[in-house]
Design a protein around this ligand. Structure first.
Ligand code: AMP
Length: 491
């Protein structure tokens, strides 16, 4: 069944849809407020379908705005407050968005046609109206539903377009894998990260409560755990990094989260050590490892991780592929290709990049979209195992980062001739980034501060290298390429 209709069915009730910092939003409020905002958007833009940027963090207004975009026929672009204004401007220009719905308290000067700030939304736009947005405006089928901007190797973010059909396919599959009890989903990932689609939409289509935690709570474990205590969370959704961070405290156990019965992981390698600790702290827990890139809608494979798997010599599997998709392991390279219904239609307004990573194919006479993931892996008895990358894309604390994105931004500094960023790995996990730079000219002053301050305006903070070292020339390997291994020895 159409997932938007399922969500709307709960909207006649006063069940809680979203909880954030002691504030609640009911399903009824979610409907009336998103209807009202949708009518305002239709009044502004009519049948124009340009994407709309929804900027903010975890406020109820984020969910209200997403649904308002859907009901007024516009794809939404979620942008988190951790994004510097320069990058927001890039997204505005690349996407051609005319409207920014700003749910944060920050006011910014940016050349958008229209900016609706939080105060406008609260005072005027969310007041219930008798009218309902005409259903003919609503996004459907192959319409683009959201666009998520991820790190791009050129130094500019790239917009992954996900259609309504893609999300329908993801929800229809993933909802069958999780427990059927009354639920409270933890939302940890920012809404600009597609992992949040898993908690947000699985929560909404099951009439459950989405319990958001924010970046300040995450930066302060005692505060976070205070919140956990009274949260009643049943379903944990996060990257393994976030679970590992929580596990650093002995308090993170079933006493802290007595209702917790399942944990859903995606986005990076789930290690055996992490799983072992989780089973010790939560002996009755059900753990599911999901795998997939944003380009194929959150995840396309999943498997329940059982204790016996810890004894195998293989790393933990990332799962069996969902019915409407297929995994192809390319000969020679072992690259994982994903074909099927939840593959994106490509990068927004970027035919060259789309051509490079996406392809069309025919399976049993049916046309299908495919995506080259850049991941390598292998399949044993239908189970996919992840090995690594064929390029310089990394996962740092759960965030997807193209190393070249950072390098290209550092090279914008006039006194820098070249820059190479390397991930520093400790016990198999990337801990932080380091950069070797070669100067053009003599630089007077603190070069490290100058580079970091410059990058702060261009990149989210997690992409800013922790260590920076000036070297006289970049080492080359026998093939004449920059020798990244040698550069690592500098740190
Ligand atoms: P993102 O688009 O941010 O979801 O990142 C997608 C990338 O994260 C994939 O291409 C993989 O490299 C990595 N990834 C996702 N899920 C897993 C997993 N379960 N195990 C290992 N790596 C993963």
């Amino acid at each position: 069944m159409n997932f938007i209709n399922i969500i709307e069915n709960y909207c006649t009730t006063n069940k809680i849809a979203h909880m954030y910092k002691n504030s609640t939003l009911t399903y009824r409020e979610l409907k009336t407020k998103s209807d009202s905002l949708a009518i305002n958007i239709i009044d502004l833009f009519g049948k124009d379908k340009t994407p709309i940027i929804v900027f903010g963090h975890k406020d109820h207004l984020m969910l209200i705005s997403f649904l308002a975009c859907v009901k007024s026929g516009h794809p939404y672009i979620p942008v988190d407050i951790s994004t510097p204004i320069t990058r927001l401007k890039d997204i505005l220009i690349i996407s051609g968005a005319k409207l920014i719905i700003n749910t944060s308290n920050e006011l910014f000067d940016i050349p958008a046609d229209i900016i609706l700030n939080k105060s406008d939304l609260k005072t005027r736009l969310l007041q219930a109206k008798d009218k309902k947005p005409n259903i003919s405006y609503r996004l459907k089928g192959e319409d683009v539903y959201y666009i998520i901007y991820t790190s791009g190797s050129t130094g500019k973010p790239k917009g992954v377009q996900i259609t309504k059909n893609c999300i329908q396919s993801f929800i229809d599959w993933s909802i069958t894998l999780i427990n059927k009890t009354d639920k409270i989903f933890m939302n940890q990932a920012p809404f600009s990260f597609d992992l949040s689609v898993m908690d947000t939409y699985l929560s909404l289509v099951s009439g459950s409560i989405l319990y958001s935690i924010d970046k300040d709570m995450i930066a302060n474990l005692p505060e976070l755990f205070m919140n956990f205590k009274s949260s009643g969370i049943t379903t944990w959704v996060s990257t393994p990094s976030f679970a590992e961070m929580s596990l650093q405290s002995e308090q993170f156990n079933e006493k802290l989260l007595p209702e917790l019965n399942e944990m859903l992981f995606c986005g990076e390698t789930l290690s055996k050590e992490c799983v072992k600790k989780l089973f010790e702290r939560f002996p009755k827990i059900k753990l599911i490892n999901f795998y997939g890139p944003t380009e194929t809608t959150v995840a396309v494979t999943a498997v329940e991780i059982k204790k016996e798997m810890l004894l195998s010599k293989e790393t933990l599997p990332v799962g069996y592929v969902k019915k409407d998709c297929e995994i192809i392991i390319e000969e020679n390279t072992n690259e994982i290709l994903i074909v099927g219904d939840s593959v994106s239609i490509g990068y927004f307004a970027d035919p060259v990049l789309t051509e490079k990573f996406f392809f069309n194919t025919e399976i049993f006479g049916v046309k299908r979209r495919g995506y080259r993931t850049g991941d390598t892996g292998y399949i044993i008895n239908g189970l996919l195992y992840y090995e690594g990358r064929i390029d310089n894309q990394i996962k740092l604390h759960g965030y997807r980062v193209e190393i070249e994105d950072i390098e290209n931004n550092i090279r914008k500094l006039s006194f820098i001739k070249n820059a190479v960023v390397v991930p520093i790995i400790e016990r198999g996990t990337i801990k932080y980034l380091a950069t070797a730079i070669v100067l053009n000219d003599k630089f007077e002053g603190n070069i490290i501060l100058a580079v970091k301050n410059f990058l702060r305006n261009l990149l989210p903070s997690y992409m800013i290298p922790r260590k920076i070292k000036v070297i006289s020339v970049l080492p080359m390997n026998a093939n004449g390429k920059i020798d990244r291994k040698k550069i690592l020895e500098e740190f």
